[in-house]
Design a protein around this ligand. Structure first.
Ligand code: NAD
Ligand code: UDP
Length: 340
């Protein structure tokens, strides 16, 4: 079967291409490279011995996307393409709504025109409201998002659920990711943020490699065991495997289904820093600073539904996440710009 992967040159998309090719799917990638490099796809080919078929175009470009559907017999789509920086979404809400909603709607229209009815969508734990008890299950309350990025994911979930309800045979898996970190164990694929990283793990690894002077730990007065924020970090390769599991589920089910992809375990900022130092034998200088606006003390998943229905479970440990992040960062200090 041929799988169309939108945003397939990006961080999670490139790791998912590897898992798909390993599982004998044919892969077609559509990406406009607004936040990625084609080098990631060359490395996917190097790792698997099979090259994804790549189209550099915007998912919102109806003519270009239709052409891709005409050239390939697509069986399923995994839709990663989108903008994802929370802070930037507050500064540029229109760009976020246009890109994330526009790409999802254009994609669905073209899919339906070509009779393609299986879709895996990249959603996020940010769709959950802030006042839920932990852990978060798929039944936890959603909405009250604190930024436009979160609202785009929330709105896409509604749009996709409505389309599934109205379209016989349509099936969509809404995958709510918790905190993806780590890199392919080869050190050839990883997260390559442009500019100053917003997320914890890339900031830690860039500090360890000497590109940043020190990590700012955003607050140590939360109601958590060591006072720093607790999140559910999962290895990106486990996350990629979750997409293959979701595709298997879609083959036998209609309608919309929501799944949390997380480990069910919380890790604090300082635990992560110390694990990274211990596993890799490097120093991560840090300083405690003010809390970051909008942050919650603790967020972690209840992953039972994914375990029971998708038969998926995150297998890699915190040590694996730290080791693989460091291998990627130390071998590619400037990300994909470090070369082929
Ligand atoms: P990424 O930026 O590395 O990948 C997204 C890819 O989409 C990039 O290659 C970018 O060039 C491409 N893209 C963006 N808009 C496009 C458009 N209109 N047309 C074609 N290509 C376009 O991000 P990622 O971390 O791999 O995230 C993938 C998806 O998962 C995103 O939708 C993101 O919102 C979601 N997600 C990510 C995280 C995370 O922490 N990384 C957490 C939850 C959800
Ligand atoms: N964090 C931090 N310093 C940083 C980046 C993040 O202390 O430079 C903390 C943040 O306050 C949160 C955790 O690390 O408690 C994870 O943050 P991230 O932005 O990676 O994920 P999110 O908060 O979106 O779940």
């Amino acid at each position: 079967m041929t799988v169309l992967v939108t945003g397939g040159a990006g961080y999670i998309g490139s790791h998912t291409c590897v898992e798909l090719l390993k599982n004998d799917y044919d892969v077609v990638v559509v990406d406009n490279l607004c936040n990625s490099s084609e080098i990631s796809l060359r490395r996917v080919a190097e790792l698997t011995g099979k090259a994804p078929c790549f189209y550099r175009c915007d998912v919102r470009d109806t003519a270009a996307l239709s052409d891709v559907f005409r050239r390939h017999e697509i069986g399923c789509v995994i839709h990663f393409a989108g903008l994802k920086a929370v802070g930037e979404s507050v500064q540029k809400p229109l760009a976020y709504y246009e890109n994330n909603l526009g790409s999802t709607m254009t994609l669905c229209r073209v899919m339906l025109e070509h009779g393609v009815k299986q879709l895996v969508f990249s959603s996020s734990a940010t769709v959950y409201a802030g006042n839920n008890p932990m852990p978060l299950s798929e039944e936890s309350r959603t909405g009250d998002c604190s930024n436009p990025y979160g609202w785009t994911k929330y709105m896409c979930e509604i749009i996709l659920s409505d389309i599934a309800r109205a379209t016989p045979g349509f099936s969509v898996a809404l995958l709510r990711y918790f905190n993806p970190v780590g890199a392919h164990e080869s050190g050839r694929l990883g997260e390559d943020p442009s500019g100053i990283p917003n997320n914890l793990m890339p900031f830690i690894s860039q500090t360890a490699v000497g590109q940043r002077r020190e990590l700012s730990v955003f607050g140590n007065d939360y109601d958590t065991p060591d006072g720093t924020g607790v999140r559910d970090y999962l290895h990106v390769v486990d996350l990629a495997r979750g997409h293959v599991a979701a595709m298997d589920y879609l083959k036998a089910h209609e309608g919309a289904a929501v799944f949390n992809l997380g480990t069910g375990r919380g890790t604090s900022v300082l635990e992560m820093v110390h694990a990274f130092e211990r596993v890799n034998g490097v120093a991560v200088p840090y300083r405690i600073t003010e809390r970051r606006a909008g942050d919650l003390a603790t967020v972690y998943a209840d992953p039972k539904r994914s375990e029971q229905i998708l038969h998926w479970r995150a297998e890699r440990t915190l040590e694996d996440m730290c080791r693989d992040s460091w291998r990627w960062q130390s071998q590619n200090p400037r990300g994909y710009q470090s070369g082929d």
